[in-house]
Design a protein around this ligand. Structure first.
Ligand SMILES: *Cc1c(COP(=O)(O)O)cnc(C)c1O
Length: 357
């Protein structure tokens, strides 16, 4: 018996290359795009292990939990690591990055997360990119939670390594990801004897075996279902229009914030301009208990308690992908109001108004 997910004809090299071009178009990049056959941590780790080495000094900007992971990888590679940590409810400023770079002129690698779905903040990458470019360091950006949700322009912003995943605002699966790689980054990787080679983490393998020979023969069987899903994500975003997709995420964030305020619930990120369009985090006491009550009332509500220690004090509304819609925001707010034993009506009205504005 044939099955829609099984018995598919092999994904051709041509189709794979056209999906890569679709990602490049989404990122408005003229740089090489490598599609990586795994969750976004694969290219993130691949970039760090390719770019960092003993003798490197890295500035690792920590604005949420992923920064800690990057710092650990960088140290593992033998790099000296300067951690620039800011409170998770704020954004880092370009001036803070500039100061850190001035203090340590030997910094040759900078890692930054654009938007943090886990904490709900977003960083001013355009301004930071200018500072990093002037210093000359290689600039890696984790844009998994920003792609599709807010403007992301790696070439214009001087990003050497821009990592994306399909599972957030792109509305796709977690099992496929991609990275744009600048010519400078390729040079750094090639000059690094410690960069992964003949390895699943290797980006250089993809350059040497796939990109340089003209993208004609795939180095191994691709993750076909994920590739088809990624193609479908790109098609769906193109059909709606990227600006419209981004506007929908911004509207969902504004509506959630306004609705929460009407319930007397404070945002975790106080400055609206520093709040990520991908997810809204809220300050809620006993958040894990509240989340459980909310989900019992509205099982489809896109909310969860914060991860780790944040489960005690933060609730996260995940309005991304198809969930970036006014009905979903209403569902989340109704669930929250029910859990807090209060009337949802003012929150729904406030959310509708903010969505329209
Ligand atoms: C979601 C996300 C990832 C991917 O991690 P998962 O744990 O698989 O969701 C990576 N970086 C950032 C900033 C993210 O928000």
């Amino acid at each position: 018996m044939t099955h829609p997910l099984l018995d598919l004809p092999p994904l051709t090299a041509e189709r794979f290359a056209s999906i890569e071009r679709g990602v490049a178009q989404l990122l408005a990049t003229g740089q090489d795009v490598v599609i990586t056959q795994g969750e976004a941590l694969l290219p993130l780790e691949g970039c760090i292990r390719s770019g960092a080495r003993p003798g490197s000094t890295a500035l690792n900007v920590v604005t949420g939990p992923y920064g800690t992971t990057f710092g650990n990888w960088l140290r593992d590679c033998g790099a000296q690591v300067v951690d620039l940590a800011v409170p998770f409810e704020t954004a880092v400023t370009a001036e803070q990055v500039a100061e850190a770079l001035r203090a340590r002129p030997e910094i040759d690698f900078v890692s930054l997360v654009h938007a943090e779905a886990a904490t709900g903040n977003t960083n001013p990458v355009a301004e930071i990119g200018e500072v990093v470019r002037a210093h000359g360091a290689l600039f890696m950006l984790d844009a998994v939670a920003s792609v599709g949700a807010e403007p992301l322009l790696p070439d214009a912003w001087g990003v050497d390594l821009c990592v994306i995943g399909a599972q957030k605002a792109m509305g796709g699966p977690a099992g496929v990801s991609a990275v744009s790689v600048s010519a400078r980054a390729w040079e750094r990787f090639a000059a690094n004897p410690a960069a992964p080679r003949r390895s699943y983490l290797s980006l250089l393998d993809w350059k040497e075996r796939w990109i340089d020979p003209g993208r004609t023969v795939l180095p191994h069987a691709p993750a076909q279902l994920e590739m088809l899903a990624l193609e479908a994500c790109l098609d769906r975003i193109a059909a709606e229009g990227l600006p419209a997709v981004q506007a929908r995420h911004a509207a969902a964030a504004a509506a959630t914030r306004a609705g929460a305020a009407a319930l007397g619930v404070a945002p975790y990120v106080p400055v609206a301009a520093q709040a990520a369009p991908v997810a809204t985090t809220l300050r809620v006491a006993d958040a894990s208990v509240v989340a459980a009550k909310a989900l019992a009332a509205e099982p489809s509500a896109p909310l969860a308690a914060g991860g780790g220690a944040l489960a005690a004090s933060m609730l996260r509304v995940n309005h991304y992908g198809p969930a970036a819609s006014l009905p979903m925001v209403h569902t989340a707010l109704t669930a929250l109001a029910t859990a807090l034993s209060t009337d949802p009506a003012p929150a729904l009205t406030a959310a509708t108004q903010a969505w329209g504005a």
